[in-house]
Design a protein around this ligand. Structure first.
Ligand SMILES: Nc1ncnc2c1ncn2[C@@H]1O[C@H](COP(=O)(O)OP(=O)(O)OP(=O)(O)O)[C@@H](O)[C@H]1O
Ligand SMILES: [Mg+2]
Length: 359
């Protein structure tokens, strides 16, 4: 289902807001505090049941109100998605009046966010990069989520056995971790290769138009699977039994995976400027979105919050070229309408909204 309109009530700074979001690429622009992030957040909440800013959904309810609600309509087939959150109650999600759980929702209406945490992708912890990759696979592939749940269930039990110093029990989980862990690694590796190919495709075309894009060439992007792959996960788990017993935690495995970005042996986070890191994170996230859509034949919405901070005018030129590669719905925000006219000229399916401050 592709949303064509959105109705928000008592959400963040908004009492009521009706939006036509039928265009394929949409920009929300306006001053600090006018509600740009809130609008993107409402779309993310409607499509995932979660916020990308906070775990506390109560903070999204407009001050002085008892509940927020979001309705999204597909005007083509008449479907309605309704999300309601009342204070002290769990979030309630309905599609065409039938209750749905989060796992169904995120698959039915996939969405991905590029926000301030994503901008410093390379400076973030391995945990962040792993979750960024996993969320995509999780939504796109049911097989992946089955392996993921089975792996983490076994990991939890193995860690409990480590705390009890019960080596027989610890060893008993190694086969399960090996089986599901290898499946996880295989799917992650495939995705990283595919995203890397899309990334190179984009940079290859960009550099012909804008020389600056050449800084993103020759970056090595590699999945570190979290264990010695030549040895194999089972052997590695066996080898680390004593270390794990001492630390009371499983030290090797896909739960320790990371993606490494380097250039001529130097880590990108140590050499790239902030603006360069931000642009790299945007291109990488867009590439992941494209690769997932091609691999799993689905159409996730891509949200990007607060484009402009840290980017100079040449980086904007680059961005305008990059969004031509996005095949799915793309909704983004920026403080000013710096480049709207340029995009409008090249893309008839582009719409922009000036969000005004409510005082
Ligand atoms: N629960 C709430 N009730 C009322 N107002 C809120 C609530 N949560 C946030 N706000 C206010 O909503 C306004 C919009 O916030 P938002 O983060 O969407 O702004 P923005 O347009 O993204 O600004 P910036 O350019 O600084 O990122 C802010 O003034 C904020 O203080
Ligand atoms: Mg904002």
């Amino acid at each position: 289902m592709a949303f064509s309109s959105l109705e928000i009530r008592n959400f963040r700074c908004f009492d009521e807001l009706f939006l036509d979001i039928s265009a394929n690429q949409i920009l929300f622009y306006g001053n600090n505090g006018c509600g740009k992030t809130a609008i993107l957040e409402s779309i993310y909440v409607a499509t995932s049941g979660r916020s990308f800013r906070t775990h506390n959904l109560e903070s999204l309810i407009k001050k002085g109100s008892k509940a927020f609600s979001i309705k999204a309509y597909d005007n083509l087939n008449g479907s309605v998605l309704e999300v309601k959150k009342e204070k002290k109650h769990p979030i309630n999600i309905k599609v065409n009046n039938s209750k749905v759980v989060r796992s169904e929702l995120i698959r039915a209406f996939p969405s991905f966010i590029i926000d301030s945490k994503t901008f410093f992708y390379n400076d973030n912890s391995p945990d962040y990069r792993r979750k960024h990759l996993d969320r995509g696979l999780f939504i796109a592939s049911k097989d992946y989520s089955k392996d993921w749940f089975a792996y983490f269930r076994a990991l939890k039990q193995r860690n409990s056995a480590l705390k009890l110093c019960d080596l027989t029990q610890v060893g008993a989980y190694d086969d399960l971790l090996d089986f599901h862990g290898n499946n996880i690694t295989q799917q992650r590796e495939k995705l990283v290769v595919d995203v890397g190919n899309v990334f190179s495709e984009i940079i290859g075309q960009l550099k012909q138009k804008i020389k600056r894009a050449m800084i993103f060439e020759n970056i090595n992007i590699k999945l570190n699977c979290g264990y010695n792959k030549n040895l194999g996960l089972k052997a590695e788990l066996y080898k680390t039994h004593n270390i794990d017993l001492k630390r009371k935690i499983t030290t090797k495995g896909p739960h320790k995976a990371d993606i490494n970005f380097d250039s001529e042996g130097l880590l990108i986070k140590d050499i790239f400027s902030r603006g360069e890191q931000k642009m790299l994170a945007i291109i990488w996230s867009i590439s992941q979105n494209i690769a997932l859509s091609r691999m799993y034949k689905f159409n996730p919405i891509l949200l990007l919050d607060d484009l402009s901070s840290e980017l100079d005018s040449e980086m904007f030129e680059l961005f305008i070229e990059i969004i031509k590669f996005i095949e799915n719905r793309f909704i983004f925000s920026n403080i000013v309408d710096l480049f709207g006219s340029k995009i409008t000229l090249t893309n008839p399916n582009f719409k922009k909204f000036h969000v005004e401050q409510i005082i």
